[in-house]
Design a protein around this ligand. Structure first.
Ligand SMILES: *Cc1c(COP(=O)(O)O)cnc(C)c1O
Length: 383
């Protein structure tokens, strides 16, 4: 079966991890800060806080921005559930912004309309979490203008988008957001097995996320409520978690990061090849915007009609031919957990239309030309 995504591990990656196993530090050593600095530098952001996955990074990002019980957080319905769950961990109410079908990202118009309405009803969100679907950045400049007008904080769930750029700056620079999150799960652009990272340009947010990642503990005298008892001393100043990344993960991440530019180039080449092959078919392609370079975590096409039966058949037929077509994503608001919170079919029509049409086709650096030709041939045949 040709998978929809796959990690890329070299001997250099393996050696880097083995070196750590022979070293003095398996956790809380030098590799995590080294990895953090390397990612921050690559993305032109001031601070990076690595965590054991992106979900935990999203959680501490929400907490650092002060999300608490009964606050309101908005996100995209077309994302992995973690984009919404992180706000639920803080006791916040979650709501969604409908998407645009051209990119699968949240619609800036829908956001503006929903904000105007929320203002009248006095229920504006404290935080909006935007998702750069498949690695293509949302229109951050436009969204950050709305953040200023309506006074909310912005998190980028860039789990798909390390290596992407927006208006010639790397995603992660946080010019238009408070915090940006990456995931290093094996299906993502680069991997640390499990792993995540939060970027910010704000000193206080970085400090807060660092503390929350490690039990709410600080060893920095300025953050303590009384003078240090001695060199062993630390204080727990708030309730945090153990969300730390290990040295093994950081070493793998550092090694993978060396190939980031090449990986993005390769993913774009593969995507362009698909784009050309599907240009004159009935498929709708997610259109890259002129101001962005996508990281192409996923290659998503839309079937011509929103017909759940045909959608299912197409995917089943592709799988029968060893092509592991997939769907990203089931609208979050239609998950049973979110339906229990009051969401229902019909709440976000564009997201639901998208769900009945979207298919993710295999895309990863090792995908060969012959495999890609085979996939193209079979996709056109089932259409
Ligand atoms: C993968 C993913 C996450 C969660 O990442 P983990 O590292 O597995 O916790 C969150 N949001 C989106 C959009 C993702 O694709």
């Amino acid at each position: 079966m040709i998978p929809y995504g796959k990690q890329n591990i070299t001997q250099t990656d393996i050696d880097a991890v083995v070196d750590v196993l022979h070293s003095d530090w398996l956790t809380q050593g030098p590799k995590v800060p080294e990895f953090e600095q390397a990612v921050a530098q690559k993305c032109q952001a001031k601070f990076a806080v690595a965590t054991h996955n992106a979900t935990s990074a999203l959680h501490i990002a929400c907490l650092a921005l002060g999300v608490k019980s009964n606050d309101i957080v908005w996100t995209s319905p077309i994302s992995f559930v973690a984009s919404a769950n992180c706000a639920r961990y803080c006791g916040a109410h979650v709501d969604f912004i409908d998407i645009e079908l051209t990119t699968g990202n949240i619609s800036v118009d829908a956001l503006a309309q929903k904000l105007a309405q929320a203002k009248q009803q006095n229920c504006l969100p404290k935080v909006v979490i935007v998702v750069h679907l498949a690695g293509l950045s949302c229109d951050m400049e436009a969204i950050s203008k709305l953040a200023e007008i309506y006074n909310f904080k912005l998190i980028e769930d860039a789990s798909h988008a390390i290596g992407a750029s927006y208006k010639n700056t790397p995603v992660g620079h946080c010019q238009y957001s408070d915090i940006c999150i990456f995931s290093f799960h094996p299906v993502k652009i680069i991997t640390t097995a499990e792993g995540g990272l939060a970027l910010t340009n704000q000193t206080e947010l970085a400090k807060k996320m660092r503390r929350l990642r490690s039990h709410g503990i600080t060893s920095t005298p300025e953050e303590m409520s009384e003078e240090s008892h001695g060199p062993w001393y630390y204080q727990q100043v708030e309730l945090g978690f153990n969300y730390r990344m290990t040295e093994l993960q950081a070493a793998l991440g550092l090694s993978q990061l060396q190939r980031l530019t090449a990986v993005i180039k390769k993913r774009n080449q593969l995507a362009n090849y698909y784009n050309q092959a599907f240009a004159n078919t009935a498929l709708t392609l997610l259109t890259p915007t002129k101001t962005c370079v996508s990281a192409y975590h996923l290659y998503i096409v839309l079937l011509p009609d929103a017909d759940p039966q045909k959608h299912k058949q197409t995917i089943v037929q592709l799988r029968a031919q060893n092509i592991c077509a997939h769907v990203h994503y089931i609208p979050i608001h239609l998950q049973p957990y979110y339906q229990q919170l009051g969401f229902k079919q019909g709440d976000f029509p564009q997201a639901e239309n998208y769900y009945q049409r979207a298919i993710s086709l295999p895309l990863y650096p090792q995908l060969s030309v012959s495999e890609q030709d085979y996939i193209i041939e079979k996709v056109i045949a089932v259409l």
